[in-house]
Ligand binder design. Structure first.
Ligand code: 0RA
Length: 637
């Protein structure tokens, strides 16, 4: 279990610095003064409560969004100390709240969330709030104190007796600092749920004054997290395998479950912070997986002596895993400071994982059989993909060597002004070809439905003519072909890829298949802002020579009001119902059209969305489509 803290002594407070610096350069402490920085205020307070939980002092945290725009975070931890500091002669809580970095020096709790954007201390929240009120239950009493913009507004006051302990921090963000001060329930929800998964048994409630309320509490911790991530997949084990161990003050927890999927889905955390760029803990896990599975496969004779060893990619195919470690002094590196650098961690994770994996495989022979068969299939598919790749490479297809026959290219060779329309069907493709501005607009008609890449391995993807035509036309290759990245955004032949499909169910399906492919294998195009969806009109309204288009029902009503009586309406079901000049006027002309740009708001949500939408579980897919009916209509993922 977690080491117990020694008794707190107020005079252990060491580093003291005022809060002026925080108000002067807020972004340095919370990342930004936009929406993300605003929500960091809540996470900062919650992280302090979670610190209490991680060290075994707290099991309940409640976050409440008040209708005046304030937020309160209440926990049942030890309570911020209220006794008078020997040297500073003020209550300790006053120092915690008004001095930078005071918190971390208080006691000898081993695991503090320090580093990254969090862990700057609750005083930063105070500095960036119009007002804060803390209420503490501790030492037999209830105590409260208020602050304004980080400065003490009232002395610490004992307002009653209490036999419990805990802290409540109530604050309202300073609107002279933040661009927006409105807390978004949905943004908070995901991080709080993640924290609840990472800290098994800790109950985290999120509520607002309008009566919305959710409790996140997972007795199963990260195992439950893995089961949740695998909801829309077919698992190869009845339940996730759970690993836990500790060495040299480093705690390691992992949950793993293989599925029939083709992608790996591994999330790593250090002291509850998502380490998106991976690091030494992830390396340790990967090493242990590759070595152990090869050993077991050989021992079980599923891998023959003459066979070459399975590679990392093979053993991780279809694996969903959470690796959560706690380190006393984490070092975060990398571009976004989300890569764990502590070198000692690799060996520790490797040792703990190797032992647990070996035991698991020994104790669960039927699961082992399935998992290793899956790894062998991945291995064989990789060999097949290599052949397909060599073939396409020889033809120069991935690099855009010969352009596909059915591409009607534009005349411009300048990608910045060139566009490619991906059009559903040959007939609409023909119309688009006639209607386009051939100087800058290329047309690629796709026949029928493209492959669902969510359910296909790379060898099958490379063998699909429609997908290959798209890859070849774009000229920038794709990701996921081999370990070394081959995707090169600089080689993109068009800076606008415009999906133009019918406004019906089939059109929506084709659009989704295309977006799935782009998200999984050409995500760089989406990140660069190159991917768009065309918006063809739904209605044509005419009266004599007068003609107008409407793109939705609301607009139709407006148009009709303008026309008065005696008009005729026609509803477009497909692109094919328009002639070339109508298609140009309504959908393709850069001066008149509207395009929807595809952006990814949240990577993890997008990942899950594609899995549910395109995955194995029909029920999940139905739920997703029902819950996102309007979003799917707009497809702004
Ligand atoms: C300083 C020292 C101790 C606890 C805390 C701060 C503390 C801060 C927050 C912020 C929100 N909830 C919190 N709970 C605790 C340790 C006190 C001890 O050793 O008793």
């Amino acid at each position: 279990m977690v080491p117990k803290s020694q008794d707190y002594k107020a005079d252990q407070i060491q580093v003291l610095e005022g809060l002026e610096a925080v108000r002067k350069r807020p972004a340095m402490y919370i990342g930004s003064t936009g929406e993300s920085g605003l929500h960091h205020l809540v996470y900062e307070v919650v992280d302090n409560s979670v610190d209490e939980a991680m060290n075994g002092h707290c099991d309940t945290i409640e976050v409440f969004l008040h209708s005046d725009g304030s937020c309160s975070v209440k926990d049942n931890g030890r309570g911020i100390p209220v006794d008078i500091h020997d040297i500073y002669k003020v209550p300790a809580v006053e120092i915690v709240m008004t001095k930078l970095h005071a918190g971390g020096k208080f006691d000898s709790d081993t695991y503090k969330i320090s580093g990254g954007l969090h862990g700057v201390g609750v005083s930063v929240v105070n500095a960036l709030s119009t007002w804060v009120t803390v209420k503490i239950n501790r030492d037999g009493g209830v105590f409260t104190q208020s602050y304004k913009k980080g400065i003490v507004a009232s002395k610490l006051e004992r307002i009653g007796d209490s036999d419990t302990h805990g802290t409540e921090v109530h604050f309202i963000p300073d609107d002279t600092i933040f661009e927006t001060t409105k807390f978004e329930y949905s943004i908070l929800k995901y991080r709080l749920r993640e924290l609840a998964y990472l800290n098994a048994g800790v109950s985290i409630t999120l509520s607002n004054e309008e009566g919305k309320s959710e409790v996140f509490k997972y007795e199963g911790g990260i195992s439950e997290y893995v089961a949740y991530l695998n909801e829309s997949k077919t698992a190869l084990m009845s339940k996730p395998m759970f690993v836990s161990g500790e060495k040299d003050q480093v705690q390691v927890e992992a949950a793993l479950q293989w599925t029939t999927a083709f992608r790996e889905n591994i999330h790593t955390f250090t002291n509850n912070i998502a380490t998106r760029e991976g690091g030494t803990h992830l390396s340790g896990l990967k090493t242990a997986l590759t070595r152990t599975i090869n050993n077991v496969a050989r021992k079980r004779k599923q891998l023959k002596e003459k066979d070459t060893a399975l590679e990392g990619n093979d053993v991780r195919e279809g694996l969903t895993a959470i690796l959560s470690i706690k380190v006393p002094e984490p070092q975060f590196e990398g571009q976004t400071k989300t890569k764990l650098g502590n070198s000692e961690v690799k060996g520790i994770v490797d040792t703990i994982m190797t032992e647990s994996l070996s035991n698991y495989f020994a104790e669960n022979p039927s699961d082992s059989q399935l998992i290793i068969s899956k790894c062998l299939q991945a291995f064989q598919a990789r060999e097949a993909a290599k052949k397909a790749r060599d073939l396409t490479r020889r033809k120069g297809i991935l690099e855009g060597g010969g352009l596909p026959g059915k591409l009607a290219d534009c005349q411009s060779k300048d990608p910045a002004i060139s566009e490619i329309f991906i059009v559903e069907g040959d007939s609409a493709g023909g119309t688009a070809k006639q209607g386009r501005n051939r100087a800058t607009q290329a047309i690629l008609p796709l026949r029928g439905k493209i492959l669902n890449v969510e359910k296909s391995r790379i060898d099958k993807i490379l063998a699909n003519t429609e997908v290959m035509a798209l890859i070849t036309a774009m000229g920038c290759s794709i990701t996921g072909v081999e370990e070394e990245e081959t995707f090169e955004i600089e080689k993109a032949r068009y800076h606008k890829l415009i999906i133009m499909t019918d406004a019906d169910v089939d059109g929506a399906h084709i659009r989704t298949l295309l977006l799935t492919f782009l998200y999984r294998h050409m995500k760089g195009l989406i990140d660069a802002g190159y991917v768009y969806v065309a918006q063809p009109p739904l209605y044509k309204v005419s009266k004599g020579k007068k003609l107008e288009y409407a793109y939705d029902d609301a607009q139709l009503q407006k148009v009709l009001a303008n026309f008065g009586s005696g008009y005729s309406i026609s509803r477009y079901k497909g692109l094919g119902e328009m002639n070339a000049s109508q298609l140009w006027e309504t959908t393709m002309d850069p001066n008149r059209r509207t395009l929807l740009q595809i952006t990814i708001v949240d990577n993890e949500l997008a990942n899950k969305a594609f899995e549910e939408l395109m995955g194995d579980d029909v029920q999940k897919r139905r739920e997703f489509i029902e819950a996102n009916a309007t979003a799917v209509a707009n497809l702004d993922i």
